[in-house]
Ligand binder design. Structure first.
Ligand code: R5P
Length: 290
């Protein structure tokens, strides 16, 4: 097995190569003056199982293109199998047609990856893992929630309350609580399909005087997390921490989450950022070993 690092996930690719003790072949990327991408694999990959590692957080279209070109180059240069490791899978929130006439964006991305030669996709905390089952390339969805919970456990937060977003998301809080050995609950968030506006229903949380950790797959605009943190504080939590797998953290969302009462924000290297203190490499390495 050989790792090909994409420019958006070089550190993660290096961590994966050392976890698995396998070779990493450099890939040269450049941008032409008109903005087009250029990719060249700097080594022999004929007959190899190749793992392309490239997250597709913003600028997602550019990173997607780099991923497509790298997979394509691997295919044209004789790779036997191509696994696309895409920790943050852009467009995965449009994982079905919600309103008539909409594009099924996640399916389109998978179809394009297939055309470029991907024989398997590995992603982390996809927005709706069940949607992956209908895709045309076998896809594995891994969870980084236990790794995030372990980070807090190691920092002395055993027994803290694990919270997640929406009733459907309660499984996330349960996953974290299994590591932290504390109670779990969900914050009743709802998003309006037309306006995208997030609201929180009135629901009592048993957090008075407690330490709560809110787990979510992604913080993008921060709108959902800002409301969730403020709600948890209003319910009397002593401390509120935020753990997210994909810390996209657009604009000043990090500052706003802190201003609304969060004591700290921790994310993973699925999306490299100043809060990415937890690596998803161990869970991806384990999946690749299988
Ligand atoms: C929603 O279902 C997700 O779990 C996230 O809560 C949401 O996508 C975060 O988006 P934003 O940060 O833009 O509110």
């Amino acid at each position: 097995m050989i790792i090909l690092p994409g420019p958006a996930s070089r550190d993660l690719a290096n961590r994966l190569a050392s976890e698995l003790n396998i070779k990493l072949i450099p890939v040269f990327f450049k941008k032409f003056p008109d903005g087009e991408n250029y990719v060249r694999i700097d080594g022999d990959i004929r007959g190899e199982d190749v793992v392309v590692v490239q997250t597709t957080s913003p600028p997602q279209d550019e990173r997607m293109m780099q991923l497509f070109l790298t997979a394509s180059a691997a295919k044209d240069n004789g790779a036997k199998k191509i696994t696309a490791v895409v920790p943050y899978f852009a467009y995965s929130r449009q994982d079905r047609i919600f309103l008539p006439g909409e594009a099924f964006s996640a399916k389109t991305v998978v179809d394009l990856l297939k055309t470029c030669g991907a024989t398997q996709i590995i992603t982390v905390n996809a927005h709706n893992p069940t949607a992956l089952k209908h895709f045309t390339v076998p896809a594995k969805d891994l969870s980084a929630i236990p790794l995030l919970a372990k980070h807090f456990l190691d920092k002395g937060f055993g027994g803290a309350m694990s919270l997640s977003m929406g009733k459907k998301g309660l499984a996330t809080a349960k996953e974290a609580a299994a590591v932290l050995k504390g109670p779990e609950d969900y914050i009743p968030t709802q998003r309006d399909r037309h306006t995208g506006k997030v609201t929180i229903e009135e629901k009592a949380l048993n957090v008075k005087g407690k330490v709560a950790i809110i787990f979510d797959d992604i913080i993008s605009s921060g709108g959902t997390m800002i409301k969730a943190v403020a709600h948890t504080k209003r319910q009397g939590a002593n401390k509120v921490y935020v753990a997210c797998v994909h810390p996209i953290l657009m604009a000043d969302s990090k500052g706003k989450i802190i201003q609304n009462g969060a004591d700290d924000i921790i994310g993973t290297d699925s999306v490299p950022s100043p809060v990415s203190l937890v690596s998803v490499a161990p869970v991806i390495a384990e999946a690749l070993r299988k």
